[in-house]
Design a protein around this ligand. Structure first.
Ligand SMILES: NC(=O)c1ccc[n+]([C@@H]2O[C@H](COP(=O)([O-])OP(=O)(O)OC[C@H]3O[C@@H](n4cnc5c(N)ncnc54)[C@H](OP(=O)(O)O)[C@@H]3O)[C@@H](O)[C@H]2O)c1
Length: 338
């Protein structure tokens, strides 16, 4: 049933590992897979079904037999190899921010804008891991009324930075509890038992690059250049899953029951909203799950055209690997690849 050759670049990383596990869950044949990582991992064996896959290093001929190349490494690597993959005849599905804002490259969440895939020229980008859940909720609620202004504050886990940051949080936590000295290599501050409003580089307008990714990517996905968005992105000492507190101002008044109904019926979104029984999304109860979870849904105290809500998603799944896999599925269903 499966016939497409898939190459995974960054197969040993935080996202690549989850991506490979999702293929394994589908029993995707190992004979159709090739895995790549850095020189450090060359020859390393990754368990896969009842077999294993051996990490290779990229060279000019690496992608000649690939139908799809999933790149989940770094922006620099995506920039340096995407062209090679496209010239080799493959479709690139890229996790990095390298091409997300390029006019030539669709930036896709299949539940929202799968039609944009029809314009692909060999590369498709997946959005930032906090952009995806926000754009899904906005895309869903647009049916009620047109959003005109959005304010979001995020609480982002360390796996969003990659596997080195996961190790740093674990090691630092143990060191601090044991009263030992500790270093921070990945982040500018201690991350264990701390948090900081700083993700990625400062931009000339005072926002960080992560905040601007959320703003610009959401506008592109929703085809809403006019949508006003403000974001504050915060790194928190959580291993997996990103959370955000969002206020959405609509053109018209909105009704709470209609918002709940729309969110409940939207594919890929699950409402968990029963505060009396301590039920709402948390990073722990979202980890390993595919859905974008929404809770604490309420009307603003002062304005009946403003909704407040709380969104949590597994950044490694819908924020990255799952969205990439859904793009792969959509492109096949839409006959965009042979
Ligand atoms: N983490 C998330 O939640 C998330 C969400 C959305 C998008 N993304 C994007 O996905 C990408 C990967 O993120 P991650 O969190 O998985 O990072 P990560 O854990 O640091 O993994 C990086 C991967 O890239 C590989 N790599 C490094 N240098 C390489 C080279 N020269 N050639 C080939 N492979 C190389 C690494 O291999 P070694 O093991 O050999 O070093 C590793 O497999 C990034 O672009 C990130 O922005 C991440």
């Amino acid at each position: 049933m499966y016939k497409h050759n898939i190459s995974i670049v960054g197969a040993t990383g935080a996202v690549g590992t989850v991506f490979l596990k999702m293929l394994e869950d589908r029993k995707y044949p190992s004979s159709l897979l090739r895995v790549f990582a850095s020189k450090r991992s060359l020859g390393k064996k990754l368990d896969y079904l009842d077999n294993h896959l051996v990490i290779e290093e990229i060279n000019d001929d690496s992608f000649l037999d690939s139908d799809f190349v999933f790149i989940s490494a770094t922006t620099d690597i995506s920039e340096s190899i995407a062209d090679l993959a496209v010239k080799s005849g493959a479709v690139v599905i890229d996790d990095s921010s390298a091409f997300r804002l390029s006019d030539e490259v669709p930036l896709v969440i299949p539940e929202i804008n799968s039609k944009d895939l029809m314009d692909h020229k060999g590369i498709v980008s997946i959005p930032n891991c906090s952009t995806t859940p926000l754009a899904m909720v906005l895309g869903c609620l647009t049916k009620l009324s047109r959003p005109i202004r959005v304010i979001t504050d995020t609480y982002q886990s360390v796996s969003g930075t990659g596997s080195a940051a996961v190790s740093e949080l674990l090691k630092q936590s143990k060191q601090i509890i044991s009263g030992e000295k500790f270093d921070n290599d990945v982040y500018p501050h201690q991350i264990a038992f701390n948090l900081f409003p700083h993700i990625d580089d400062l931009q000339p307008n005072g926002y960080t690059k992560e905040e601007m990714k959320m703003i610009l990517e959401t506008k592109k996905i929703l085809h809403r250049p006019d949508l006003e968005i403000s974001a504050t992105c915060v790194r928190v000492p959580v291993f997996v899953s990103h959370s955000q507190s969002v206020h959405i101002e609509f053109e018209d008044d909105v009704k709470l029951d209609e918002a709940l109904g729309s969110l409940n019926n939207f594919s890929g979104i699950k409402v968990l909203d029963d505060l009396t029984n301590n039920t709402y999304p948390t990073p722990i109860n979202s980890e390993g799950k595919d859905d974008v979870f929404v809770g604490r849904i309420r009307l603003d105290n002062y304005r009946s055209n403003v909704l407040a809500l709380w969104i949590v998603n597994d950044n490694l799944r819908k924020g990255a690997a799952l969205n990439a896999l859904q793009i792969f599925d959509s492109m096949i269903q839409m006959n965009l690849v042979v």
